[in-house]
Design a protein around this ligand. Sequence first.
Ligand SMILES: [Zn+2]
Length: 97
Amino acid sequence: MKEVIRDDTWEKIFKGVSATCQDEAYCTRFANAAWRYRAKVREIEARRATRQVKVLQSKRETPQKKVSGGFCLGKTKSGQPCRFKASCNGYCKKHTM
Ligand SMILES: [Zn+2]
């Protein structure tokens, strides 16, 4: 079990529960439990943050395939390649329709 450190957070919890409870032993136990709970939450959040960073890094490492180099895959009426910028599906707005 994690060792309880009587820091500012602990003092705050202890003061809070002391306002409603005269039993110091109970207040201490309560503050200890609440402090441990908060430490646990912080730990989980920190772990989650590290994992998110890892996910972002792996995404950056795998280059995404570019669709048609940014230009539309369609052709104009005269048979020339369309020079409009492509949207996500590889065609410009006009050729998508
Ligand atoms: Zn087009």
